[in-house]
Design a protein around this ligand. Structure first.
Ligand SMILES: Cc1ncc(COP(=O)(O)O)c(C=O)c1O
Length: 413
């Protein structure tokens, strides 16, 4: 448990809420594909005194005094990003974005003019809000055309995407998703983008840790710009990174600061540095591969219980199942499983006929349970509980007790 000695003495209310949240996390199984538990070392850096420092500007070109250690820190972390992704100085790195959404918007506004066209994956097929959803500024500022997954395989169909790109002539193509369980062929995307004269942006928020751990192919050198969050499979603090070809640096980085942001969160940058050092270790490579093995084991076990796993399985950290075939809606399934201590989210599935608020699918991911040390055997157990609870909802309370006992064997970092 993280010590809260000082906090408990000064603010019992907040200390109590943190303690309750910690208890919830310890006693439940987290299958939310975008979540993970950073190490203690990462959390220590997150709570460090770097948070007290303002540092608007770029390293060694600041608007504030007192920069000697912040400049060294930010430069070190930028270089660790290059090392982790195996790229050189021809790639410009910015570790200042507060999170994935502003990072994506900075890139879009940096490379495009309002009214320009983006070609991206439809939200209900696995894309992200910031890839041009009508409720996101990205969908308000730009014209959007969407590609979808194939109706029979539920996979990307590169020929169809190429056809659409020729027809739509976008200025930017976005790849990288929130709910796509298969390998992305960045090289094919790059060749499509090149043919139509579009920038290729790869948003690797979900799979960054798999890429660094060599459990998924890299978007380098194929994409023109890569964005990522740092808190999902990469297991760092909440934040984001933009990496672009050196020649695009100015127009993109100006949109981060002063375009969208003020002072960088230096404590987050410090914690990202720690996470990157961890991610470059052999143990992290094993972790990344285990995430995938666990997702595949979970998919297989669920299939054995008769669940439909979309696209037939997974190559990465997540999977989608269609629960509507079992006569249950996504929202109800999510709530029942939460009552049993299994935390995941309902999700639209491609070509979903149900409303977004109560769709047909569930999304499950294995980064967090793998951090706790769970393996294939535990995935089978989890699938068994999912089947029990969705088949017989009255069992939720009993399963919740079993889950709490089971979780004791797998402590949080
Ligand atoms: C693919 C993708 N990009 C961007 C984001 C946005 O990140 P944030 O929630 O940090 O703004 C997410 C978040 O889940 C995501 O899945």
């Amino acid at each position: 448990m993280f010590s809260m000695k000082t906090l408990s003495g000064t603010d019992k209310q907040i200390a109590e809420l943190i303690a309750q949240e910690q208890k919830r996390q310890v006693g439940t199984i987290d299958l939310i594909a975008s979540e993970n538990y950073p190490s203690r070392a990462v959390r220590e850096a997150m709570g460090s005194i770097f948070g007290a420092k303002y540092s608007e500007g770029r390293p060694f070109r600041r608007y504030y005094a007192g920069m000697e250690f912040v400049d060294t820190l930010e430069t070190l972390v930028e270089n660790r990003v290059r090392k982790a992704f195996g790229i050189d100085e021809t790639w410009a790195v910015n570790v200042q974005p507060y999170s994935g959404s502003p990072a994506n918007y900075a890139v879009e506004r940096g490379l495009l003019q309002p009214g320009d066209k983006i070609l991206s994956m439809d939200l209900s097929h696995g894309g992200h809000l910031t890839h041009g959803s009508p409720v996101s500024l990205s969908g308000i500022d730009f014209k959007i055309a969407h590609y979808m997954v194939d109706k029979t395989t539920y996979r990307l169909n590169y020929e169809e995407i190429a056809k659409l790109a020729r027809k739509e002539k976008p200025r930017m193509i976005i790849t990288g998703y929130s709910a796509y369980p298969r390998v992305i062929d960045f090289e094919q995307f790059a060749s499509i983008a090149k043919e139509v004269g579009a920038y290729l942006m790869a948003d690797i928020a979900h799979i960054a840790g798999l890429i660094v751990g060599k459990a998924h192919p890299s978007p380098f050198p194929h994409a023109d710009v890569v964005t990522t969050t740092t808190h999902k499979t990469l297991r760092g603090p909440r934040g984001a990174v933009i990496i672009c070809r050196e020649e695009l640096r100015k127009q993109i980085f100006m949109k981060v600061f002063p375009g969208l942001q003020g002072g960088p969160h230096n404590e987050t940058i410090a914690a990202l540095g720690v996470a990157l050092k961890e991610a470059m270790s052999p143990a992290f490579g094993r972790y990344a591969r285990q995430i995938v093995k666990n997702a595949q084991a979970l998919a297989k076990a669920l299939q054995n219980y008769g669940f439909e796993v979309l696209s037939g399985g997974t190559d990465n950290h997540l999977l989608l199942i269609d629960v509507s075939k079992r006569g249950i809606a996504g929202k109800e399934a999510q709530e029942l499983l939460e009552a049993a201590g299994i935390v995941l989210n309902r999700n639209a599935i491609p070509f979903d006929e149900r409303p977004v608020f109560n769709p047909s699918g569930l999304r499950m991911g294995t980064p967090a349970v793998t951090t706790r040390g769970m393996k294939e055997k535990e995935m089978k157990q989890i699938a068994n509980w999912i089947d029990l609870v969705l088949g017989e909802p009255a069992r939720a309370a009993q399963v919740k007790k079993e889950v709490a006992t089971f979780c004791r064997k797998f402590p949080l970092p």
